[in-house]
Design a binder for this molecule. Sequence first.
Ligand code: SF4
Ligand code: SF4
Length: 124
Amino acid sequence: MVTNTCKGCGKCCSYITIQLDNPERKHDWDALFWYLYHEKVKVYIDHEDDWYVEFETRCKCLNEDNGCTIYNKRPIVCGEHNPKECENNGMKESPYKKVFTDVEELRKYLEENNINYQFRKRMK
Ligand code: SF4
Ligand code: SF4
């Protein structure tokens, strides 16, 4: 729903984020690489050092005018979004403390932090 505060850009309805277990084991790091090999996927660390994966994907309930077609039944998380501090309206700070948009950025992070992650050798 477009309010006086909301500019109706639809940006907040065009992605989803899922919190991850903080990566510790090889399998965890491997999963992050897997996410980042995909298009329109980011991995990020927030300001509380929690890890998330973010998928750029438009909600099916968003109409052409960027209005919510299920406004009265929308998920709780949608109702909790504050348009006064949203992505397009004076957000105080980026949610990202560190963001990875491709595998090279993650590889660099591992090197800089001396995290010993060995890539699996390809079997012939
Ligand atoms: S990102 Fe902000 S301005 Fe854009 S639709 Fe969402 S609440 Fe409205
Ligand atoms: S359910 Fe409605 S408010 Fe929630 S993401 Fe979809 S369009 Fe936006």
